[in-house]
Design a protein around this ligand. Structure first.
Ligand code: MF3
Ligand code: CO
Ligand code: CO
Length: 267
Protein backbone atom coordinates (compact mmCIF):
# COMPACT_ATOMS: atom_id res chain seq x y z
CA UNK A 1 0.00 0.00 0.00
CA UNK A 2 1.27 3.43 -0.93
CA UNK A 3 -0.74 6.29 0.57
CA UNK A 4 0.32 9.58 -1.04
CA UNK A 5 0.94 12.54 1.26
CA UNK A 6 -0.11 15.57 -0.74
CA UNK A 7 2.09 18.62 -1.31
CA UNK A 8 0.90 22.20 -0.78
CA UNK A 9 0.35 22.47 -4.54
CA UNK A 10 -1.62 19.21 -4.62
CA UNK A 11 -3.83 20.52 -1.81
CA UNK A 12 -4.51 23.82 -3.59
CA UNK A 13 -5.49 21.93 -6.73
CA UNK A 14 -7.70 19.51 -4.78
CA UNK A 15 -9.55 22.43 -3.16
CA UNK A 16 -10.36 23.67 -6.66
CA UNK A 17 -11.47 20.25 -7.95
CA UNK A 18 -13.50 19.53 -4.82
CA UNK A 19 -15.36 22.82 -5.09
CA UNK A 20 -16.13 22.22 -8.76
CA UNK A 21 -17.43 18.70 -8.05
CA UNK A 22 -19.74 20.08 -5.35
CA UNK A 23 -20.90 22.91 -7.62
CA UNK A 24 -22.06 20.37 -10.20
CA UNK A 25 -24.35 18.88 -7.55
CA UNK A 26 -25.68 22.37 -6.74
CA UNK A 27 -26.23 22.98 -10.46
CA UNK A 28 -28.15 19.74 -11.10
CA UNK A 29 -30.38 19.94 -8.00
CA UNK A 30 -33.34 21.86 -9.51
CA UNK A 31 -33.50 19.43 -12.45
CA UNK A 32 -34.05 16.35 -10.26
CA UNK A 33 -37.83 16.04 -10.57
CA UNK A 34 -40.42 13.44 -11.62
CA UNK A 35 -40.30 12.92 -15.41
CA UNK A 36 -36.66 13.82 -16.02
CA UNK A 37 -34.50 11.00 -17.36
CA UNK A 38 -31.08 10.23 -15.96
CA UNK A 39 -29.67 10.63 -19.48
CA UNK A 40 -30.96 14.22 -19.44
CA UNK A 41 -29.21 14.78 -16.09
CA UNK A 42 -26.04 13.24 -17.54
CA UNK A 43 -26.11 15.55 -20.56
CA UNK A 44 -26.70 18.63 -18.39
CA UNK A 45 -23.75 17.69 -16.16
CA UNK A 46 -21.49 16.88 -19.11
CA UNK A 47 -22.20 20.27 -20.67
CA UNK A 48 -21.74 22.15 -17.39
CA UNK A 49 -18.47 20.39 -16.52
CA UNK A 50 -16.91 20.70 -19.96
CA UNK A 51 -18.23 24.13 -21.05
CA UNK A 52 -18.69 26.14 -17.84
CA UNK A 53 -16.07 24.54 -15.60
CA UNK A 54 -13.66 23.67 -18.43
CA UNK A 55 -13.04 20.39 -16.67
CA UNK A 56 -13.51 16.71 -17.54
CA UNK A 57 -16.03 14.26 -16.04
CA UNK A 58 -13.73 11.59 -14.58
CA UNK A 59 -16.17 8.64 -14.99
CA UNK A 60 -16.47 9.09 -18.76
CA UNK A 61 -14.47 6.27 -20.42
CA UNK A 62 -13.04 5.27 -17.02
CA UNK A 63 -11.75 1.68 -17.20
CA UNK A 64 -10.40 0.47 -13.85
CA UNK A 65 -10.86 -3.22 -14.68
CA UNK A 66 -9.33 -4.71 -17.84
CA UNK A 67 -12.17 -7.26 -17.95
CA UNK A 68 -14.91 -4.62 -17.98
CA UNK A 69 -15.86 -2.14 -20.71
CA UNK A 70 -15.18 1.54 -20.08
CA UNK A 71 -17.81 3.47 -18.12
CA UNK A 72 -19.99 5.06 -20.82
CA UNK A 73 -21.37 8.19 -19.11
CA UNK A 74 -20.25 11.31 -17.24
CA UNK A 75 -22.06 10.73 -13.93
CA UNK A 76 -23.46 7.87 -11.85
CA UNK A 77 -27.18 7.88 -11.09
CA UNK A 78 -28.25 5.16 -8.65
CA UNK A 79 -32.01 4.93 -8.09
CA UNK A 80 -33.84 3.18 -5.18
CA UNK A 81 -32.40 -0.36 -4.88
CA UNK A 82 -29.32 0.57 -6.94
CA UNK A 83 -26.31 0.85 -4.63
CA UNK A 84 -23.76 2.57 -6.89
CA UNK A 85 -22.55 2.99 -10.48
CA UNK A 86 -26.05 3.38 -11.87
CA UNK A 87 -25.62 4.18 -15.58
CA UNK A 88 -27.82 7.03 -16.84
CA UNK A 89 -30.60 5.86 -19.18
CA UNK A 90 -33.86 6.97 -20.82
CA UNK A 91 -36.22 5.93 -18.03
CA UNK A 92 -37.93 8.92 -16.39
CA UNK A 93 -37.62 9.37 -12.63
CA UNK A 94 -40.93 8.94 -10.87
CA UNK A 95 -42.54 10.48 -7.83
CA UNK A 96 -41.21 8.81 -4.67
CA UNK A 97 -37.85 7.71 -6.06
CA UNK A 98 -34.61 8.36 -4.19
CA UNK A 99 -31.51 8.88 -6.30
CA UNK A 100 -27.81 9.21 -5.62
CA UNK A 101 -25.94 11.40 -8.06
CA UNK A 102 -22.18 10.88 -7.93
CA UNK A 103 -20.00 13.50 -9.59
CA UNK A 104 -16.26 13.38 -10.11
CA UNK A 105 -14.50 16.14 -12.02
CA UNK A 106 -10.93 16.31 -13.24
CA UNK A 107 -9.56 19.84 -13.30
CA UNK A 108 -5.84 20.42 -13.95
CA UNK A 109 -5.24 16.69 -13.52
CA UNK A 110 -6.80 16.47 -10.04
CA UNK A 111 -10.04 14.66 -9.19
CA UNK A 112 -12.74 15.95 -6.82
CA UNK A 113 -15.31 13.26 -5.93
CA UNK A 114 -18.66 13.62 -4.17
CA UNK A 115 -22.26 12.47 -4.14
CA UNK A 116 -25.58 13.37 -2.59
CA UNK A 117 -29.03 11.81 -2.26
CA UNK A 118 -32.03 13.53 -3.84
CA UNK A 119 -35.76 13.08 -3.26
CA UNK A 120 -37.88 12.86 -6.42
CA UNK A 121 -41.20 14.50 -5.54
CA UNK A 122 -42.82 13.14 -2.39
CA UNK A 123 -40.74 10.43 -0.76
CA UNK A 124 -41.89 7.97 1.91
CA UNK A 125 -40.83 8.42 5.53
CA UNK A 126 -38.87 5.16 5.52
CA UNK A 127 -36.85 6.21 2.46
CA UNK A 128 -36.15 9.63 3.99
CA UNK A 129 -34.99 7.99 7.19
CA UNK A 130 -32.52 5.82 5.25
CA UNK A 131 -31.10 8.88 3.47
CA UNK A 132 -30.83 10.84 6.73
CA UNK A 133 -29.13 8.06 8.70
CA UNK A 134 -26.70 7.47 5.81
CA UNK A 135 -25.84 11.17 5.82
CA UNK A 136 -25.19 10.97 9.58
CA UNK A 137 -23.02 7.89 8.98
CA UNK A 138 -20.86 9.75 6.47
CA UNK A 139 -20.40 12.62 8.92
CA UNK A 140 -19.68 10.37 11.90
CA UNK A 141 -16.97 8.77 9.74
CA UNK A 142 -15.53 12.13 8.68
CA UNK A 143 -15.59 13.29 12.29
CA UNK A 144 -13.05 10.57 13.17
CA UNK A 145 -10.48 12.05 10.79
CA UNK A 146 -7.38 13.47 12.49
CA UNK A 147 -3.67 12.62 12.55
CA UNK A 148 -2.98 9.69 14.84
CA UNK A 149 -6.39 8.06 14.39
CA UNK A 150 -6.83 4.96 12.23
CA UNK A 151 -8.90 4.18 9.18
CA UNK A 152 -10.66 1.50 11.23
CA UNK A 153 -12.02 4.27 13.48
CA UNK A 154 -13.89 5.70 10.49
CA UNK A 155 -15.37 2.34 9.57
CA UNK A 156 -16.34 1.56 13.14
CA UNK A 157 -18.18 4.87 13.60
CA UNK A 158 -20.14 4.34 10.39
CA UNK A 159 -20.98 0.70 11.02
CA UNK A 160 -22.10 1.31 14.60
CA UNK A 161 -24.58 4.05 13.63
CA UNK A 162 -25.98 2.13 10.64
CA UNK A 163 -26.50 -1.12 12.53
CA UNK A 164 -27.96 0.64 15.57
CA UNK A 165 -30.62 1.94 13.20
CA UNK A 166 -31.35 -1.48 11.68
CA UNK A 167 -29.43 -1.00 8.44
CA UNK A 168 -26.52 -2.84 6.82
CA UNK A 169 -23.24 -1.70 5.27
CA UNK A 170 -22.23 -2.65 1.75
CA UNK A 171 -18.76 -4.22 1.95
CA UNK A 172 -17.83 -4.64 -1.73
CA UNK A 173 -17.19 -0.92 -2.29
CA UNK A 174 -15.28 1.54 -0.17
CA UNK A 175 -13.93 5.06 0.00
CA UNK A 176 -10.50 5.68 -1.49
CA UNK A 177 -7.51 7.94 -1.70
CA UNK A 178 -7.95 10.52 -4.44
CA UNK A 179 -5.73 13.11 -6.10
CA UNK A 180 -4.04 12.89 -9.46
CA UNK A 181 -5.38 9.33 -9.56
CA UNK A 182 -9.17 8.79 -9.34
CA UNK A 183 -8.92 5.73 -7.07
CA UNK A 184 -5.70 5.34 -5.09
CA UNK A 185 -4.68 3.87 -1.73
CA UNK A 186 -5.95 3.48 0.86
CA UNK A 187 -9.25 1.62 0.71
CA UNK A 188 -11.48 3.42 3.21
CA UNK A 189 -13.72 0.69 4.61
CA UNK A 190 -17.13 1.70 5.94
CA UNK A 191 -17.05 -1.02 8.61
CA UNK A 192 -14.35 -2.25 10.97
CA UNK A 193 -12.79 -2.16 14.40
CA UNK A 194 -11.35 0.81 16.31
CA UNK A 195 -7.58 1.34 15.89
CA UNK A 196 -7.36 -1.11 13.00
CA UNK A 197 -5.96 -0.41 9.53
CA UNK A 198 -3.44 2.24 8.50
CA UNK A 199 -2.79 5.32 10.63
CA UNK A 200 -4.30 8.59 9.40
CA UNK A 201 -1.67 11.25 8.66
CA UNK A 202 -1.71 14.95 7.86
CA UNK A 203 -1.73 15.59 4.09
CA UNK A 204 -3.71 12.49 3.13
CA UNK A 205 -6.78 13.06 0.94
CA UNK A 206 -9.50 10.44 0.63
CA UNK A 207 -13.24 9.97 0.27
CA UNK A 208 -15.76 8.79 2.82
CA UNK A 209 -18.75 7.37 0.93
CA UNK A 210 -20.81 4.82 2.86
CA UNK A 211 -23.39 2.76 1.00
CA UNK A 212 -26.13 1.66 3.37
CA UNK A 213 -28.97 -0.76 2.72
CA UNK A 214 -32.38 -0.84 4.32
CA UNK A 215 -32.32 -4.65 4.16
CA UNK A 216 -29.40 -7.05 3.96
CA UNK A 217 -25.93 -6.01 2.81
CA UNK A 218 -25.62 -8.45 -0.07
CA UNK A 219 -25.31 -7.21 -3.63
CA UNK A 220 -25.70 -8.40 -7.18
CA UNK A 221 -24.85 -6.73 -10.48
CA UNK A 222 -27.26 -5.68 -13.21
CA UNK A 223 -26.67 -7.24 -16.66
CA UNK A 224 -24.81 -4.01 -17.60
CA UNK A 225 -22.05 -5.37 -15.29
CA UNK A 226 -21.39 -1.96 -13.72
CA UNK A 227 -24.42 -1.27 -11.55
CA UNK A 228 -24.58 -2.87 -8.11
CA UNK A 229 -28.06 -3.42 -6.65
CA UNK A 230 -29.30 -4.89 -3.37
CA UNK A 231 -29.86 -8.63 -3.66
CA UNK A 232 -33.07 -8.38 -1.59
CA UNK A 233 -34.27 -5.36 -3.67
CA UNK A 234 -34.32 -3.12 -0.58
CA UNK A 235 -33.48 0.57 -0.85
CA UNK A 236 -29.88 1.74 -0.67
CA UNK A 237 -28.44 5.20 0.01
CA UNK A 238 -25.00 6.81 -0.25
CA UNK A 239 -23.34 10.17 0.44
CA UNK A 240 -19.76 11.10 -0.39
CA UNK A 241 -17.27 13.84 0.45
CA UNK A 242 -13.57 14.24 -0.35
CA UNK A 243 -11.64 15.07 2.85
CA UNK A 244 -8.14 16.43 3.56
CA UNK A 245 -6.37 15.48 6.80
CA UNK A 246 -5.05 18.68 8.44
CA UNK A 247 -2.64 18.98 11.38
CA UNK A 248 -5.54 19.16 13.82
CA UNK A 249 -8.39 17.29 12.11
CA UNK A 250 -9.96 17.50 8.68
CA UNK A 251 -11.10 19.87 5.96
CA UNK A 252 -13.95 18.84 3.66
CA UNK A 253 -12.89 19.75 0.10
CA UNK A 254 -16.16 19.10 -1.73
CA UNK A 255 -17.90 22.26 -0.57
CA UNK A 256 -20.07 24.70 -2.51
CA UNK A 257 -22.70 27.32 -1.69
CA UNK A 258 -25.46 24.70 -1.35
CA UNK A 259 -23.56 21.88 0.33
CA UNK A 260 -26.01 20.39 2.86
CA UNK A 261 -25.07 21.47 6.36
CA UNK A 262 -23.49 19.01 8.76
CA UNK A 263 -25.75 17.30 11.32
CA UNK A 264 -26.22 19.24 14.58
CA UNK A 265 -24.31 16.66 16.63
CA UNK A 266 -21.07 17.13 14.63
CA UNK A 267 -18.95 19.81 16.29
N1 MF3 B 1 -17.45 8.29 -8.20
C1 MF3 B 1 -17.40 6.90 -7.85
C2 MF3 B 1 -16.68 6.82 -6.52
O1 MF3 B 1 -17.13 7.47 -5.62
C3 MF3 B 1 -16.71 6.06 -8.88
C4 MF3 B 1 -17.43 6.00 -10.17
S1 MF3 B 1 -16.53 5.06 -11.24
C5 MF3 B 1 -17.53 4.99 -12.60
O2 MF3 B 1 -15.64 6.27 -6.31
F1 MF3 B 1 -16.79 4.54 -13.54
F2 MF3 B 1 -18.55 4.21 -12.31
F3 MF3 B 1 -17.97 6.17 -12.86
CO1 CO C 1 -15.37 8.01 -4.57
CO1 CO D 1 -17.94 9.30 -6.25
Amino acid sequence: MNIVIKTAKDIDCMRVSGKLAAEVLDYITPFVKPGVTTNELDKLCYDYITKVQEAYPSPLNYKPDPNLYAYPKSICTSVNNEICHGIPNDKPLKNGDIINIDITVNKNGYHGDNSRMFYVGNVSDHARRLCKITYECMWLGINQVKPGSFFGDIGYAIQTHAEKNGYSIVQEFCGHGVGQVFHEDPQVLHYGRPKSGPEIKSGMIFTVEPMINQGKRHIRFLPNQWTAVTKDRSLSAQWEHTVLVTDTGYEVLTVSPNTPKRPEFIK
